[in-house]
Design a protein around this ligand. Structure first.
Ligand code: NAD
Length: 325
């Protein structure tokens, strides 16, 4: 398969590029490096079939040669990133999605959109099935991200219905693992960085809000299954094991052996209280389910951070909307 991975030098994208190359596909990574890092894919540059092109998918760009699949991961994704790049975030969901859908359509290629659990907002239904329409504040601080993804889903469905495009939508729930940026303000990377630096772990509210944490290798298997399928979804991709944020913090302390303490801060605006995917659709239609338990995934993540001490010492990136994908 000749795949185009937009956002391929980011956290998830770089793991996806690796997985596709490993099974013999060729990969063109398109990235503007606004939140991704060149070092995430540097080790792939000598791999036959891999190419990395610096480009902004919201502008005009050209992709030469044949294309069988287009995967759209190109968007600021952490609260820190989408708050410092609000207009770029909206453009990535709108113009970026349109440009990549057009590319897929021209080549009769499969198109997969990386959407998010954030389309459910602060959900009034729990756990979340794909039929739930969500509870999103359209003018709140998270809206640039949530509404960009909701628009991207609507646009993808319009191409599916009116142009017969081969579209698949995956709604990714909180995913963690090696190559997260220690300072990106997401909950797992924040806790690991704080624990390793001996700082207090900062929890919002009483830490009783829940999230589901999926290890990156599991998520990438789900993405690959969506690429290989012709099904539209949307598909929830996440780990249905629900954990409180306080449980996560305590597990991070245990795994790192840190003596850091927990510090409780006021709840940010629109912080979702509960998050947990129903994954029956992905299980039955894509044959996918997560396999890596949280303690094992966290161990691998901590090991990776320990091997990159320089990433831990930069000052933290701050966000008024808290952590979460
Ligand atoms: P990331 O920030 O590490 O990766 C995003 C990549 O897209 C970066 O490499 C960035 O430089 C690139 N990018 C952004 N705007 C671009 C543009 N206009 N043109 C070209 N490249 C651009 O984030 P991630 O966690 O790897 O997320 C990847 C995708 O998955 C995002 O679309 C995100 O919304 C989605 N997602 C991720 C999670 C998660 O838990 N990691 C959860 C839900 C959804």
């Amino acid at each position: 398969m000749r795949a185009v991975v937009a956002g391929g030098s980011g956290f998830l994208g770089s793991h996806l590029c690796e997985a596709l190359l490993r099974r013999g596909d060729s990969v063109r990574c398109l990235d503007d490096f606004s939140s991704g890092r060149a070092e995430n894919v540097r080790h792939l540059l000598r791999t036959p079939g891999f190419e990395c092109v610096s480009c902004d998918v919201t502008a005009r760009f050209r992709v030469a040669g044949e294309v069988d699949a287009v995967v759209h991961l190109a968007s600021p994704a952490s609260p820190y990133d989408y708050q410092r790049m609000p207009l770029q975030t909206l453009a990535a969901g709108s113009r970026g999605t349109e440009n990549l859908l057009d590319l897929a359509l021209r080549h009769h290629a499969r198109f997969v959109l990386a959407s998010t659990s954030e389309v459910y907002g602060d959900p009034a239904v729990h756990p979340q099935t794909e039929d739930y329409w969500g509870h999103v504040n359209p003018v709140g601080p998270r809206s640039v991200y949530d509404e960009a993804k909701r628009y991207a889903e609507a646009l993808s469905m319009a191409y599916r219905r009116s142009e017969d495009a081969d579209v698949g939508i995956v709604r990714i729930f909180n995913t963690y693992g090696p190559r997260m940026r220690a300072q990106d303000g997401r909950v797992v990377s924040t806790f690991v960085r704080q624990a390793l630096a001996g700082e207090d772990l900062t929890l919002f509210g009483d830490g009783g809000q829940t999230r589901s944490f999926c290890y990156v290798d599991d998520l990438v298997r789900g993405l690959t299954a969506a690429i290989d399928s012709h099904r539209t979804g949307p598909f929830n991709l996440g780990n249905p094991e629900e954990r409180t944020v306080r449980e996560l913090a305590e597990l991070v302390l245990l795994i790192t052996g840190s003596s850091s303490r927990l510090r409780f801060l006021p709840l940010p605006v629109d912080d979702p209280v509960r998050r947990c995917p129903v994954i029956t659709r992905a299980r039955t239609q894509l044959g996918w389910r997560p396999l890596v338990p949280l303690d094992e995934g966290l161990r691998r993540t901590v090991e990776w951070f320990l091997a990159q001490p320089e990433t831990l010492v930069r000052s933290p990136e701050r966000s008024a909307v808290g952590w979460s994908p």
